[in-house]
Ligand binder design. Structure first.
Ligand SMILES: C[S@@+](CC[C@H](N)C(=O)[O-])C[C@H]1O[C@@H](n2cnc3c(N)ncnc32)[C@H](O)[C@@H]1O
Length: 232
């Protein structure tokens, strides 16, 4: 019998197979540069507030790591490659992540609905735009429970995802605040509204980073939540 999880996994495979390399995500695009640099700044504001001043000796897991961009960022910021595990559903993305990341990073192909790691193995579990790629609520719930299971008692989940729907892409769906609370019950959740709407940034950034920055500070046109989720 075909379970709803299998159906959803197949849908995700098909949705990503349609995607092409997108020039909007080039480092030479002023919009992309602005979006990533602002996100990095916000990550450190949030982590510092949570008392994290170093990644030394922290055990990391990234679920839905894609081609491993954030793994490499964490390494640049001081995480040790041998302390990093990652998992993604799509074999081609896993192969690319393996090719691009240091050999001691362990990247595996599989679903985050069923992680093979023991309970309480990680200090930091990262998810970046994975939940918005999953439309089936029960799959999202399973992923969230697995993230909590493998998280140490005093560990934290770093969350980044959009909360608005993308009218041009029906393969993704925004995850709002209420849903995040439902996915992680009995947890302390801190969310910051960041990321000025990317189409607006792509339009403005070539002319004025300052305009992008000021609009982002207003928050009303921001499309994503950056968050930290901790067990109570
Ligand atoms: C939008 S991409 C983001 C990739 C990466 N996190 C980043 O921010 O660059 C979402 C990723 O989630 C992965 N994904 C979706 N559902 C998954 C699941 N159930 N288990 C593991 N990975 C999943 C997809 O294969 C895809 O690589």
């Amino acid at each position: 019998m075909f379970s709803s999880t299998k159906v959803e996994e197949t849908r995700i495979h098909e949705a990503y197979a349609k995607r092409q390399k997108d020039p909007r995500y080039s480092w030479f695009s002023p919009g992309h540069l602005f979006l990533i640099q602002e996100r990095e700044r916000e990550i450190f504001i949030l982590l510092r507030k949570k008392g994290i001043n170093s990644f030394d000796n922290m055990q990391f897991l990234e679920i839905g790591c894609g081609e491993g961009y954030w793994i490499r960022q964490f390494i640049t910021w001081g995480a040790r490659p041998q302390n990093i595990d990652a998992v993604d559903l799509l074999p081609n993305r896993v192969d690319e992540a393996k090719r691009l990341c240091p050999e001691t990073v362990r990247v595996e192909c599989g679903s985050a609905t069923k992680l093979r790691y023991p309970d309480q193995a990680f200090d930091l579990v990262h998810q970046s735009t994975v939940f918005s790629s999953v439309l089936d609520y029960s799959m999202k719930k399973n992923i969230a429970s697995e993230m909590l299971r493998v998280l140490k008692t005093h560990g934290l989940i770093l969350w980044y995802d959009f909360h608005v729907n993308n009218p041009w892409n029906s393969d993704v769906r925004g995850v709002n605040k209420r849903e995040i609370y439902q996915l992680f019950p009995n947890c302390r959740v801190v969310l910051r509204r960041i990321t000025l709407a990317p189409p607006l940034v792509r339009l403005l950034a070539p002319y004025s980073r300052l305009a992008c920055y000021c609009l982002e500070q207003l928050k009303i046109f921001n499309t994503h939540y950056l968050g930290v989720i901790q067990k109570m």
